[in-house]
Design a protein around this ligand. Structure first.
Ligand SMILES: [Zn+2]
Length: 453
């Protein structure tokens, strides 16, 4: 059972009369996540992820796994350390050396704390080569830490030196097949991002240091976003700053372009043989001859996505979660110790908890059992935490029939037990519906654009 009294939850309490010093905290999500005990800074550009945020991340990872499994991607784990020799072979070591963490082992061999894994996964394929054309398409992904020595870390998890990424690598027999894979993965991305219920856009991007021929970025639309996005007023064309340069007219339909801002949360590349060729990753064709694998790579910034969704959805003082990522769905607050409603409240709490566990996952319920605190204080904190459903079992529990306060998305009213159960059930159903929503062909893209702020 989840109890607030046992939670490692170091909330930062700033005294009301405290003079707030100028600070590095410059984004809403960073401020709320730090203040509400979701993350802590380790003071070197990295962050400790605490239980509430970890729970949300785990939910995000489960959702990503589901979407990767749906396109037959197989999950693996590659080492954090990649030999820098591999990066020399692909010519990338010199291109971003300032941003890389290079470490030497006791034998003087140099490794990268990997910022990405194209070299590592491609060399793995090369060492297993040649695989048969019958094994293709092959899709391998992992979820784990990545490292980038940012010149300036900012906005908490939005730009940290260590972050959690989902990276998928795909291998096909030729460009045509790789393009089909690219389309299929793109569909999975749209389906995944739609489930987060945060306004987003897919934009044409430049391939940059990653190389290859085709690239798209996925952005949450946010006024505080660091990236400039250009969207056509008339058609579905959108691009990022690098890809569009100084264009003022849509290259597809000549309509005018409008600018918005975004936080990048996903990036996809059609790489072709950019890595398979220098690293010798081949497969055997039907005629028995070896051929370079045609590759794609597809990232989602998992820890960044969590912060970005909070950045977009939250108010200045209260967190708001994507339904499928909230660490808990229901928070129950019972009476303060020593109050006259104490006994009635505690037995109601037990009954409510037992009934709720038949409707929703026990792990999605948290009891705020800090009974030495007033209901008011605990309610305020729960609202700031953005728990979707809050049930307060206060003095009206002594009335006939007994009433509790039910808060949904911050709006409260007095209700009887059955109404609480009905509302929680409706909430759980809405989650299930969101989870099972399928892509509906060509209408997707228009729906995404209609999310524009
Ligand atoms: Zn256009």
């Amino acid at each position: 059972m989840n109890r607030t009294s046992k939670l490692f939850w170091p909330v930062i309490v700033t005294p009301k009369d405290a003079v707030v010093k100028s600070t590095e905290i410059t984004s809403r999500s960073q401020k709320l996540m730090l203040e509400l005990g979701l993350i802590k800074s380790s003071n070197n550009g990295t962050f400790q992820i605490l239980p509430l945020a970890q729970k949300a991340l785990d939910k995000c990872i489960a959702l990503v796994n589901k979407h990767m499994t749906a396109i037959d991607a197989q999950k693996i784990s590659l080492p954090v350390l990649t030999s820098s020799g591999l990066w020399k072979k692909t010519g990338r070591l010199d291109q971003g050396v300032g941003e890389f963490y290079l470490v030497k082992d006791r034998h003087g061999k140099e490794h990268l704390l990997s910022p990405t894994h194209e070299e590592a996964v491609t060399s793995m394929l090369a060492s297993a080569a040649p695989i048969s054309y019958k094994q293709l398409p092959l899709r391998l992904y992992q979820i784990g830490p990545k490292f980038r020595d940012e010149l300036k870390t900012r906005f908490g998890l939005l730009r940290a030196k260590e972050f959690i990424m989902k990276d998928l690598y795909t291998f096909d027999r030729n460009l045509e097949e790789a393009q089909k894979t690219y389309e299929e993965v793109s569909e999975a991305y749209l389906s995944f991002f739609k489930k987060l219920d945060v306004p987003f856009v897919k934009v044409v991007a430049s391939t940059g240091i990653m190389g290859g021929s085709v690239s798209h970025e996925y952005h949450f639309v946010s006024r505080t976003g660091e990236d400039r996005i250009f969207q056509c007023e008339a058609c579905t064309y959108s691009s990022n700053e690098e890809a569009s340069g100084e264009i003022r007219k849509c290259p597809k339909c000549q309509s005018s372009i409008e600018e918005t801002r975004g936080i990048e949360i996903g990036h996809t590349f059609l790489l072709q043989d950019k890595y398979s060729k220098p690293l010798g990753a081949t497969f055997l064709q039907a005629n028995g001859k070896p051929q370079n694998l045609s590759m794609g790579c597809y990232g989602i910034g998992i820890s960044r996505l969590l912060a970005a969704s909070l950045e977009v959805k939250s108010t200045e003082n209260e967190l708001r979660w994507p339904k499928l990522l909230a660490p808990f769905d229901v928070c129950i607050i019972s009476a303060k110790e020593g109050s006259k409603e104490q006994n009635a409240s505690y037995s109601y709490e037990e009954e409510l908890f037992n009934k709720l566990t038949k409707i929703c996952d026990q792990d999605d319920i948290i009891l705020d059992d800090r009974r030495h605190l007033t209901i008011g204080k605990r309610l305020m904190e729960s609202k700031r935490m953005g728990y979707p459903v809050i049930v307060v079992i206060g003095s009206k529990i002594l009335q006939s029939p007994p009433l509790v306060e039910l808060y949904i998305d911050g709006q409260g009213r007095d209700v009887e037990l059955n109404e609480v159960l009905r509302e929680v059930n409706a909430y759980v159903m809405s989650k299930t519906q969101l989870m099972n929503e399928e892509n509906s062909g060509d209408s997707n893209f228009n729906r995404i654009l209609s999310y524009k702020q």
